[in-house]
Design a protein around this ligand. Structure first.
Ligand SMILES: NC(=O)c1ccc[n+]([C@@H]2O[C@H](COP(=O)([O-])OP(=O)(O)OC[C@H]3O[C@@H](n4cnc5c(N)ncnc54)[C@H](OP(=O)(O)O)[C@@H]3O)[C@@H](O)[C@H]2O)c1
Length: 223
C-alpha cells in the first residue's frame, strides 16, 4: 500500500486529510512529538468510531520518521514555521518522493485576514523547492480546502488549484487529490504560480467573514 505522511499532521488540516486519505493509503500523522501524534491518532479513532480502515491505515510518527518512510508527503504546518520545518528535516528525505505544500500565506490582524508573504518575496512552495534536493518533487495545493468540512466528511464539491514544478509532478499530486471524494485538481502551472495559490486562503477567509459564508472554497465552472 502506498504511504502518505502528514508533516505537522496533528492540526486541523492534517486530521482532515488523514481521514480521507486513509481510505486508500497508509497514512502517517506526523508531529514533532511522537506522544502528540499518538494522542491525535487516538482522538481521531475515537471521534470516527474507530472505522476499520482508520484502525488499519492510520499511524502516528515523528515528522522525521514520516519524511524518511513515506512516498508522498503533505506539509501542514503554519506558514511561519514552514521553511524552518523543512530545513530541520532535510537530512531525512530519501528522494523519489512527492511533497505537497498546503501552506497558505495567511495572517490575521484585528478582524481581517491578510497575505503574509515569505520574507524576501516569492512563495513558500518555491522556497521549499530551493531547499530540497531535486529528487523530491514539489507542488502547492489544498490551500482552498476547508479542514472542518473535510474532517466532518460533509459532502463537498471543490476545485483544488495546484502549482507544480513540472507536469509530471502535477500528475502525481493530482492523482492523490483525486483520491479524495469531491475534490477536483486543476493545474495552474509552474511553481511560479504558487504565490497566487497561497494567497487564495486569505481571500476565501475574508469573503467568508464579510458575507457570513461558512467555509467557502474554490469552484471553477466552465460554460
Ligand atoms: N485549517 C484549514 O482549514 C486550512 C486550509 C487550507 C490550508 N491550510 C494551511 O495548512 C497549514 C496547516 O493548517 P492547520 O490549521 O492544520 O494548522 P495548525 O493546526 O495551526 O498547525 C498544524 C501543526 O503544525 C505544527 N506546528 C505548530 N507550530 C509549529 C512550529 N513552531 N514548528 C513546527 N511545527 C509546528 C503542530 O504540530 P506538532 O505540535 O504536533 O508538531 C500543529 O499541530 C497552514 O499553513 C494553513 O495555512 C489550512
Amino acid at each position: 500500500m502506498a504511504t502518505v505522511g502528514l508533516i505537522g499532521g496533528t492540526g486541523d488540516l492534517g486530521n482532515a486529510l488523514a481521514v480521507h486519505l486513509a481510505k486508500k493509503y497508509l497514512v502517517f500523522i506526523g508531529s514533532r512529538s511522537l506522544d502528540k501524534a499518538q494522542s491525535t491518532v487516538n482522538d481521531v479513532l475515537e471521534e470516527k468510531s474507530a472505522s476499520s480502515y482508520l484502525q488499519s491505515n492510520l499511524r502516528p510518527a515523528e515528522n522525521s520518521q514520516v519524511v524518511t518512510s513515506c512516498d508522498s508527503l503533505i506539509l501542514t504546518v503554519p506558514h511561519s514555521n514552514a521553511l524552518d520545518t523543512i530545513q530541520s528535516l532535510l537530512t531525512s528525505f530519501r528522494g523519489n518522493q512527492l511533497l505537497i505544500s498546503a501552506v497558505a500565506a495567511v495572517g490575521k490582524q484585528d478582524d481581517e485576514f491578510f497575505v503574509d508573504e515569505v520574507p524576501g518575496g516569492g512563495s513558500f512552495a518555491e522556497s521549499i523547492r530551493k531547499i530540497l534536493p531535486d529528487t523530491v518533487k514539489v507542488a502547492a495545493a489544498f490551500q482552498t480546502v476547508p479542514a472542518n468540512v473535510m474532517y466532518k466528511e460533509l459532502s463537498i464539491s471543490a476545485d483544488v488549484p495546484v502549482a507544480a514544478d513540472s507536469p509530471d509532478t502535477y500528475s502525481s499530486a493530482a492523482s492523490l487529490i483525486s483520491d479524495i471524494q469531491g475534490l477536483r485538481p486543476l493545474y495552474v502551472g509552474s511553481l511560479k504560480q504558487a504565490n497566487e495559490v497561497e494567497r487564495l486562503t486569505a481571500l476565501l477567509l475574508n469573503i467568508g467573514k464579510r458575507n457570513a459564508l461558512k467555509s467557502p472554497t474554490t469552484k471553477f465552472p466552465s460554460f
